[in-house]
Design a protein around this ligand. Sequence first.
Ligand code: HEC
Ligand code: HEC
Length: 156
Amino acid sequence: MRKTGKVMGALLLAAWVGMVQAQVELEDVEAHSGRLSSLRGDTALDVDKDAERIKDPVKDQGIQDRQYMHQPPLVPHQVRGYEVDLKVNRCLACHGWKNAAARNAPRVSPTHYETRDGMTLGDISPRRYFCLQCHVPQTGAKPLVDNTFTPVESLR
Ligand code: HEC
Ligand code: HEC
């Protein structure tokens, strides 16, 4: 009886050591495999993660030079709290053709009314509805990598 007990004990110990080792190895693999962590972090798929705050946006800096033809111009003002969803588009309240003059804001160009097969609509085209998809506000961040890009001669 005592012998069986000892054998059982030894087996349990071996199993436990094995499990701990497997766990350590798994963590090791995750830490060193160069696995990318997603922007969602540990947030489960069925949970909405709060958006990160826009970091130190540059305030009213005036219209910015464009660097190449067809560049979506940079947003030269803060956009915090500007709602853009199914019902409201705060950007269009100033940049839509109806209100731009009264708001002293540049109008969206006619391309914003064109569908992808070249039809011109009477209202903003769905593919140009979510403004911040293309137009970005600026922050004073240091570039992550060196960049030697220079604009074409005619824009310098
Ligand atoms: C309260 C009015 C107002 C709202 C709302 C607004 N803007 Fe503006 N926006 C302006 C004005 C005024 C200018 C011109 C700034 C200047 O001349 O310094 C401007 C400039 C811009 C420009 C630069 C255009 C160019 O030709 O360089 C872009 C891009 C822009 N806004 C995008 C946006 C986006 C995207 C939103 C929504 C997230 C938005 N704006 C909301 C008033 C507004
Ligand atoms: C798919 C990308 C895209 C989206 C989405 C988009 N734009 Fe643009 N926008 C551009 C590009 C590219 C230009 C410059 C060339 C042109 O006019 O098409 C531009 C130009 C502009 C200009 C300057 C117009 C001029 O005549 O110089 C303003 C203002 C502007 N966009 C505002 C907006 C607003 C407000 C929204 C949302 C309702 C929006 N854009 C959505 C790509 C986009």
